[in-house]
Design a protein around this ligand. Structure first.
Ligand code: TRP
Length: 371
């Protein structure tokens, strides 16, 4: 991975955004609420780093949000704007990436329909998260066509841009596998229209939440990318530390302390080393450590808060960014659909029809030809 990264970096001056020689990267996120540090270190930071080396497409999967939130849809559009602001605040650059909203590119739905025709039901029923999610979200009726078909929609999202790479976490590789299978099935029926998308696996650190479980919005243990300094301080004070360290005079164990996982992510080596030493030596207590960490986190996220504020000061501009991005996305999407329709012979252009018609006439002539 690192050699790939390095090689591409030295080449980056040779290719500019939109350059046809660049390979295409696509990824999306479901807009369900503000982004947190788990989203940042698990995805966004990496997406931002890819922008100089690939032709990147990042989108807000608002239709995907509907697969589980179809009854009350009032939050979908405001959440989409909110997450877009976080994405840009966290480093995605509309000048270097195509940033768009799924439903503003209605071409996704046509490709979804085409792919749904050739996707065997069994493949969808076997997706590991399918039955899991239905059980986990038992307050919602997820026995819908849309929920079962969401891996097909996700496949359409990827194939729509003939993407080469999809940056995903390890837990999503199974989802990408079904996309690759649907892609191969299309190509085997109609011809090679789509490159087979590869996962772009980057080593992403596991980001714990305040309580040590995986950071997740649904666990209520998240620190958001653009939380205020006060919110960050308050959350840091709630963080779990070494459960065996009851008094400040007890020596601490950074290797089991949740705070230390964060120092590893955001602190300078000097501070990390100092905390390690002074925690083990019972020089600093957990409260002092929390204060130190809160300050580091506040400084680390300062530019994100600043950019987000700027963006929200002018929501029309933010909307324009998404409209522009979606327009750009539509150009490539329309091209892809033309290729797909032509490959499937669903081509009603005059020249195509004449060609097909002539072969009928020829066949007819053959069958009534001289006996
Ligand atoms: N399923 C992803 C999520 O829940 C979002 C998504 C939709 C996506 N389509 C995609 C990710 C295509 C990568 C590629 O956040």
């Amino acid at each position: 991975m690192s050699s790939e990264v390095q090689r591409s970096e030295t080449q980056s001056s040779a290719t500019q955004p939109g350059d046809k020689r660049r390979q295409i990267v696509l990824s999306g996120i479901r807009p369900t609420g503000r982004l947190h540090l788990g989203n940042y270190f698990g995805a966004l930071k990496n997406w931002a780093e890819l922008q100089d080396r690939y032709d990147c497409h990042y989108f807000l999967a608002d239709w995907h949000a509907l697969t589980t939130d179809y009854a009350d849809t009032s939050e979908v559009a405001p959440n989409t704007l909110d997450v877009a602001a976080d994405m840009i605040a966290g480093g995605l650059d509309p000048a270097r990436s195509v940033i768009f909203v799924q439903s503003m590119v209605p071409e996704h739905s046509e490709l979804f329909l085409i792919l749904s025709m050739l996707t065997p039901l069994g493949w969808l029923e076997r997706v590991p998260t399918y039955k899991d999610q239905i059980k986990q979200l038992e307050n919602k009726d997820l026995s819908t066509f849309g929920f079962l078909g969401y891996p097909v929609l996700q496949t359409a999202d990827i194939l729509m841009y003939r993407a080469h790479y999809v940056p995903v976490g390890e837990d999503q590789v199974a989802h990408l596998e079904i996309s690759r299978e649907i892609c191969r099935r299309f190509n085997s029926f109609y011809g090679e229209v789509f490159p087979e998308p590869q996962p772009l696996l980057t080593p992403t650190p596991k980001v714990p939440g305040l309580d040590g479980r995986k950071m997740s919005k649904s666990y209520g243990n998240a620190i958001n990318l653009t939380d205020t300094p006060d919110e960050i301080r308050k959350k840091c004070m709630q963080m779990f530390t070494d459960p065996q360290r009851l008094r400040k005079s007890d020596p601490g164990r950074p290797e089991v302390c949740n705070l230390f996982r964060f120092h590893e992510l955001v602190s300078t080596p000097e501070l990390r080393e100092r905390v390690d030493r002074e925690c083990r030596g019972a020089v600093i207590g957990c409260v002092e450590d929390k204060r130190l960490l809160a300050q580091v986190l506040i400084d680390y996220t300062e530019p994100f808060r600043r950019r987000r504020e700027e963006l929200l000061r002018d929501p029309d501009t933010l909307r324009d960014v998404l409209v522009e991005g979606s327009k750009k996305a539509r150009e490539r999407a329309a091209e892809t659909l033309e290729l797909a329709r032509a490959a499937m012979k669903l081509d009603y252009s005059q020249s195509a029809l004449r060609r097909q018609w002539q072969s009928r006439v020829a066949a007819l002539a053959g069958s009534v030809g001289p006996a």
